[in-house]
Design a protein around this ligand. Structure first.
Ligand code: DP6
Length: 325
């Protein structure tokens, strides 16, 4: 029996990943860039044993048997294939973010699982290889292997599509949770529908490549204002692509739109804040650290507000062998 525990944090993309060019290898249509947070961690323990007759998944105290379980067991098959093992595993995971509400719980979840499962199955992988492995579970998880700001390269194939660190100015992120309910359409399904039915999808892919190049320049120049403008414009473009699906999908709620209006009002008042939103109604706002408290105060009427900053990439917290329970 082998047991390993890992902790990972979600990341919020400033240049989004939205669409795959290869669903099996989980290769993105374009590269993306994100901030790994110092909040909402996922802690995952993987215990492998020759005595188990099947994999097991307990998520936030509840045994899972359907979608989440199937994704995890398929991921473990990949790890077993790499390790030359046939042992099943018990996976226990605890997530501090509301699962499925667009706060990137699949990113922290698969980043923690990749690190814990690699250790439990005895694989010795460097950070790029762990990022590639996490990508196979959920694309955005590739970025949660990295501290702070990271770029996930679209790459030429499996070997070159991983995330690595990018120097960037210090930023705060204000997370405005307007609704913590599970989203109606998963991002995986909505990405598929966007590629198949949204007439704007090809333009989205080429404009994302341009946004990423511009964002990497802005990070290199430590130009917070430019980072912010690219972030908000790019987020609006992603939601435009999604809303143009057939049948349409709309993740932003009237409250989300009101948050974007409040952000624009802050800017008109001289406070530089810029918003983004993932596949859900919650809004993440970036500001300079000195402005974060003022931004948070202005956004309090719209939901629960939390100020977060740059956090660490996924890491092992224990890799004992057999006596760790
Ligand atoms: C809107 O990584 O959850 O958060 O690869 O299918 O598991 P799969 O999708 P996922 O999608 C994240 C989409 C996003 C944008 C982003 O994080 O870049």
């Amino acid at each position: 029996m082998t047991i390993a525990t890992a902790i990972a944090h979600p990341n919020i993309a400033l240049v989004k990943y939205w669409g795959k060019r290869d669903e099996t290898l989980m290769l993105p249509a374009a590269g993306s860039l994100s901030l790994t947070l110092d909040a909402f961690p996922t802690t995952t323990t993987v215990r492998t044993s020759a005595d188990l007759t099947a994999d097991e998944l307990v998520l936030n105290g509840e045994t899972q048997t359907s979608d989440a379980f199937l994704r995890v067991t398929r991921f473990l098959d990949l790890v077993r294939g790499m390790a030359g093992s046939t042992a099943h595993a018990q996976v226990t995971s605890h997530n501090e973010a509301p699962t499925g509400a667009g706060l990137a719980s699949s990113a922290s979840g698969f980043a923690a699982l990749a690190v814990a499962a690699a250790a439990a199955y005895g694989l010795d992988l460097d950070r790029a290889a762990l990022s590639r492995l996490a990508r196979r579970g959920s694309g955005s998880a590739a970025r949660s292997l990295v501290d702070g700001v990271s770029v996930w390269h679209a790459g030429d194939g499996d070997d070159t599509s991983f995330a690595e660190p990018v120097d960037a100015p210090e930023m705060s992120m204000i997370i405005v949770t307007v609704d913590a309910a599970q989203k109606a359409v998963s991002s995986r399904e909505a990405m598929r529908r966007s590629a198949l039915t949204s007439p704007f999808y090809p333009a989205w892919v080429t404009s994302t490549e341009l946004s990423l190049t511009a964002m990497l320049e802005a990070c290199r120049d430590l130009d917070f204002s430019r980072i912010g403008r690219i972030t908000e414009t790019h987020a609006m473009r992603m939601h435009a692509v999604i809303q143009a699906c057939d049948p349409p999908i709309r993740y932003l709620s009237p409250t989300s739109i009101a948050v974007f209006d409040a952000i624009a009002a802050l800017r008109a008042d001289g406070v530089e804040a810029y918003g983004t939103a993932d596949a859900g109604p919650n809004v993440a706002v970036i500001s300079r650290p000195a402005d974060a408290a003022r931004v948070a105060k202005a956004l309090e009427p719209f939901g629960s507000v939390r100020i977060v900053g740059a956090g660490p990439g996924a890491r092992l917290v224990s890799d004992g062998t057999g006596d760790g329970e």
